[in-house]
Design a protein around this ligand. Sequence first.
Ligand code: ZN
Length: 160
Amino acid sequence: MSRVAVSKSQMRTIRDLIAAFPSESPHSAYVAQHGALPLYVSWGATIGITPKGKIVEWSTEGDYEGLRPADPSWVISALVQGSKKWPALTALIPPRPPTAHTCPDCHGTGRIHGVPENIADGVGCSCRGVGWIEPQVEERRSMLSRLRDRLPRLRRRDGP
Ligand SMILES: [Zn+2]
């Protein structure tokens, strides 16, 4: 289960943000249905947080009904994105572990250098936007990013 610890006052804050969620938003029906605040909106699915700190995911394309626990590897990204909109949630982002390294891709800023401001939120840094990487995760991520770098070439090769 993907979950973050929330204090009583944080629980109230999330509940208040859900209650005050703008009804004109395309997400308001999901917020009302699931009782969760959207943190990270991606193609076809949204990751949100419940007042109890459960990190959940719902489909916006009808791929499945109801809530699913979010993939644990997305929890930090979702909290980072969500706190840009709701700064009160910043306190829920896990603190940097003492063993963590500063992210080599963004040099600790959480944003990849050279990515224009307007699309930067949609382009996740390998550190998930926190600016640091846990040592055990670092090697796996750098391998993934090398694979990702090769992807456009592979796609082009398969193209028409
Ligand atoms: Zn980074």
